[in-house]
Ligand binder design. Structure first.
Ligand code: SF4
Length: 488
C-alpha cells in the first residue's frame, strides 16, 4: 500500500510539473479492506503537500468518518510516524451559532413559546460569557433541532464582514483556522458545495490544494444529489406570504426609491401566488400520478421531457421569480450605498441576502425543470418528475436531477483542483476501472492502481444466500414476516 501511494505521489508530481496537461491530475486507486488506506495516502502526501506549499484536503463520505480521521487516525500518525503537521476538521456553516440571528429571534420574543425563548437566551448568554465557542458539537447538552434552526449560521442570511459580530463569529473563526493548517478534514458534501461555488468559500483555494476523496464510491451519488433541484409549490406560497413582513424594516430606513421597490415587490408576490396556485391546480388535474409508496404519488416524465403545457406554466412562474430577484438586487444596492451612514445596514443586508438566496434556489429549480434541452456531453438528459403528497393537502413538488455526474465533476472538481486521489475498497466493475471513470467523468487514460486486500476471503469466507419468501423490495411482506418472527 505504501509503495502504491508513492506511485500516486509521483504521478501527481509529473502531472503538475510546470505545465498542466489537458488531463486533470487525478489518480484512482482501489485498495481492498485491510490495506491501510488512511496511512497509505497520509504518510506520503502530508510531507509532499507541505513541501509544495499546498493544503492537503482529506474528504470522507460522512461526518462519522471525518471524526474517525480527526480524533483517531491523524493523531496516531502524528505520534507514531514522526511527522510534524497541523490539522483541523471543517464542518458545514449550519453547525455554528449565529449571534445576529439569535438576536433577531429574541426581538421576536412575543411570537416564541416560553421554552424556545429561554433556550435561545441561554445559548446567547453562554456564548457571550465565553463559556461556549458556538460550535453545536461542543455544547454541553444536545440542542434541539427546532431551536438550533433558528440560531445557526445560514449562508443566505449572513452579511459576512458587514455583520457587527463578524470578528467573534464562530463560523468565520473556524474558517480562518483552515487557512493556517496543513491538513483539512472535510466530507464530500462540503467539498462539492464549496467547489460548485467556485471554490475557496469554505475550504482553502482548490488550486492550492491536494484532495483525497476517500470512500470515493460515494462520489457519484453525492454529486448527483448535489446538482439535483426541487421546489415545493405549497412551501413557496407560504414563504411568499412572509416577504412583506421581512422587508418592512427596509421601507422604514431608506429613501422613497426603496419604498417604491418594496411596493413593486409586494405586487409581484400577489401575482406569483396566483400563478403558483393555478400551476398546482393544473398539475393536479392533468398529470397521471402513480402511487409509489405511502401516500406519495409521482409522475415521471419520459426521457426527462417536461410536457409543453407544463413548461408554459413553469415559465411564467420562473419569469416572475426572476423579476422579483431583480427588484431585490436594486434594494441591495440602495443598502450598499448607505453602509457607512446606517448602523443597521449589516442587518438589512441579511434580509436581502436571505431573499436573494431563496430566489436563486427557486429560479434554479424552475429553470432546471423546464430546460429540457439540458443534456450532458454524452447526450444524457436530466430526469424530471412531479410528486404529490396526499397526506399533506396534495402538496406538489417539482423535481429535476442529472442522471450522470461526470460533466459536473469534470467542470467543478477535476479541472479545478491542484491534484486529487480517489480511493475506496470498491471501485472496479467486473475487474475494470472503466465504468467508474466514466461515471465520475475522468478520461480512460487516468492512472489507476489496485491494492489487493490481504484478507483471503475465498478460503475464510462463506457466501450464504437465504431462501427468502419475500423480495427485498416487498416492504410489506418483510414487515409481516418480522412481526410473525417477533410473535413466535
Ligand atoms: S458573520 Fe454571519 S454567521 Fe457570523 S454572526 Fe454574523 S450573520 Fe451570523
Amino acid at each position: 500500500m505504501m509503495n502504491l501511494c508513492y506511485d500516486i505521489v509521483n504521478s501527481i508530481e509529473v502531472n503538475n510539473e510546470d505545465q498542466r496537461t489537458s488531463d486533470p491530475a487525478v489518480c484512482v486507486i482501489e485498495a481492498g479492506t485491510g490495506t491501510g488506506k488512511t496511512l497509505g495516502y497520509s504518510i506520503p502526501l502530508i510531507p509532499l503537500a507541505k513541501a509544495k506549499k499546498k493544503t492537503l484536503i482529506l474528504s470522507t463520505a460522512t461526518v462519522a468518518l471525518q471524526e474517525q480521521v480527526m480524533f483517531k487516525d491523524l493523531p496516531d500518525i502524528r505520534t507514531n510516524a514522526g511527522l510534524d503537521f497541523t490539522f483541523a476538521m471543517v464542518k458545514g456553516r449550519g453547525r455554528y451559532f449565529c449571534k445576529l440571528r439569535a438576536e433577531r429571534e429574541s426581538d421576536k420574543r412575543m411570537s416564541l413559546f416560553g421554552y424556545e425563548d429561554q433556550s435561545i437566551k441561554i445559548l446567547k448568554d453562554k456564548f457571550a460569557d465565553g463559556l461556549w465557542d458556538g460550535d453545536r458539537d461542543t455544547y454541553s447538552v444536545e440542542v434541539r433541532d427546532e431551536i438550533w434552526q433558528k440560531v445557526n449560521a445560514v449562508v443566505g442570511q449572513c452579511p459576512s464582514h458587514l455583520c457587527p459580530h463578524y470578528a467573534i463569529c464562530p463560523f468565520f473563526k473556524a474558517r480562518k483556522e483552515l487557512d493556517s493548517v496543513d491538513v483539512v478534514i472535510a466530507n464530500h458534501d462540503i467539498v462539492l458545495a464549496d467547489l460548485s461555488l467556485g471554490g475557496g468559500v469554505v475550504l482553502p483555494d482548490p488550486k492550492q490544494s491536494i484532495f483525497v476523496f476517500d470512500e470515493g464510491h460515494h462520489l457519484t451519488s453525492k454529486a448527483i444529489n448535489h446538482f439535483a433541484s426541487s421546489c415545493s409549490i405549497d412551501a413557496t406560497v407560504k414563504w411568499v406570504d412572509e416577504i412583506f413582513d421581512m422587508i418592512i424594516p427596509l421601507v422604514d430606513n431608506y429613501n422613497n426609491e426603496m419604498e417604491q421597490l418594496a411596493t413593486e415587490l409586494h405586487s409581484k408576490t400577489t401575482k406569483l401566488k396566483k400563478e403558483l396556485v393555478e400551476t398546482k391546480d393544473f398539475l393536479l388535474r392533468t398529470l397521471p400520478f402513480k402511487s409509489e409508496y405511502d401516500k406519495r404519488e409521482t409522475c415521471i416524465f419520459p426521457s426527462g421531457e417536461t410536457p409543453k403545457e407544463v413548461i408554459n406554466y413553469a415559465k411564467i412562474v420562473g419569469k416572475i421569480l426572476g423579476d422579483m430577484n431583480k427588484i431585490n438586487g436594486k434594494m441591495s444596492l440602495i443598502i450598499d450605498g448607505n453602509l457607512k451612514s446606517n448602523p443597521d445596514a449589516g442587518e438589512h443586508k441579511m434580509i436581502v441576502g436571505e431573499l436573494d438566496n431563496r430566489f436563486e434556489t427557486l429560479i434554479t429549480a424552475w429553470s432546471d425543470f423546464v430546460n429540457v434541452k439540458h443534456r450532458d456531453k454524452n447526450g444524457i438528459p436530466f430526469a424530471r418528475w412531479v410528486d404529490v403528497n396526499r397526506e399533506k393537502k396534495n402538496e406538489i413538488v417539482i423535481n429535476s436531477s442529472p442522471v450522470h455526474a461526470g460533466d459536473m465533476l469534470m467542470k467543478d472538481v477535476w479541472n479545478v483542483v491542484f491534484s486529487a486521489i480517489v480511493t475506496s475498497a470498491t471501485i472496479r466493475t467486473l475487474g475494470k476501472f472503466d465504468a467508474y471513470l466514466n461515471q465520475v467523468g475522468l478520461p480512460p487514460a487516468t492512472p489507476t492502481l489496485l491494492a489487493q486486500s490481504p484478507f483471503n476471503y475465498e478460503e475464510n469466507g462463506v457466501l450464504f444466500i437465504p431462501n427468502m419468501k419475500f423480495s427485498p423490495k416487498d416492504v410489506e411482506g418483510i414487515h409481516r414476516r418480522s412481526v410473525l418472527c417477533c410473535l413466535s
